[in-house]
Design a protein around this ligand. Structure first.
Ligand code: ADP
Length: 259
């Protein structure tokens, strides 16, 4: 029997879409992907329903970091279905769509198209989507902010001068494109020698914090340079999932972002 209009369920109240948080950096290699993965895992530990989009189209790291290498997302109604992970984070990465290790040689429009598919996927029942942007302030980043309008951006930098100069560019980029900067994270800040326990600062200390203060944005925390972070990340075990000092450092950042 066909339902008549008056017997049909009332239309669901439209939900606001997920909050979109872009993680950017001025330079590559400063730990943007590592932070994105661990921020996603830490936000899930805080009880949020989290999605992770790897927009680093030319160098996707999330399949490795989130242990989803070789898995392919399915599609439903011509939209991708995000992959589930064991940390309660759902994810999509170009790395799961192309052969592993294969170079992605796409011009801007194709990259933009791929990004669109990752964003316009089945992200229903998601509170927050963390986006791992490519480093710098190029085409993909511009498409991302103009079309998908993040609610805020987190900027990662090492405390080193060269990285900080580029981080300033990233900050200006978000200001110009009217994406509110949630704050800065200083990664690789302080190193404890695993042999002798001595503390040192290979990339300096406090530079990103100073920059945040000068730029009038929040400082979200220091993540130490720690061999365990590199080893666990390479093995597809996000340190944020553990109750270690490294895990706590990521949880502290996530609490500030979730505020
Ligand atoms: P990006 O996304 O900025 O290019 P990645 O997140 O890929 O940077 O990090 C680059 C390398 O540095 C990776 O091998 C990663 O495991 C390592 N790394 C990142 N942050 C830390 C840290 N706090 N301590 C140790 N190694 C780190």
């Amino acid at each position: 029997v066909a339902l008549t209009a008056d017997k049909a369920e009332p239309a669901p109240v439209p939900r606001n879409g997920p909050r979109i948080i872009a993680v950017g950096s001025g330079k590559g290699g400063v730990g943007k992907s590592t932070l994105s993965a661990n921020l996603a895992v830490a936000l899930a530990r805080l009880g949020l329903r989290v999605g992770l989009v790897d927009a680093d189209i030319y160098g996707p790291s999330q399949p490795r970091l989130m242990a989803s290498e070789g898995r392919k997302p399915t599609a439903h109604d011509e939209k991708l279905v995000p992959l589930d992970t064991q940390w309660g984070v759902r994810m999509l990465s170009v790395g799961n769509l192309v052969e592993p290790g294969r170079a992605v040689a796409w011009r801007g429009p194709m990259a933009g198209g791929a990004l669109g598919q990752l964003m316009d996927a089945h992200w229903d029942n998601t509170d927050v989507i963390v986006i791992d942007l490519p480093p710098g302030t190029g085409d993909v980043q511009l498409t991302m902010v103009q079309k998908h309008k993040p609610d805020g951006a987190v900027i990662v930098s090492t405390p080193q001068d060269l990285a900080l100069i580029d981080a300033t560019r990233a900050m200006n980029f978000f200001e110009q494109t009217r994406v509110p900067v949630i704050g800065m994270v200083e990664n690789m800040s302080g190193y404890v020698c695993p042999h002798c326990g001595e503390e040192s600062d290979p990339f300096g200390h406090g530079g990103a914090q100073d920059m945040a203060v000068k730029g009038g944005v929040a400082f979200l925390g220091h993540i130490p340079l720690d061999l365990a972070i590199r080893q666990e990340s390479d093995a597809g075990r996000p340190p944020a999932a553990g109750d270690t000092a490294q895990g706590q450092a990521f949880m502290a950042v996530a609490r500030k972002v979730a505020d």
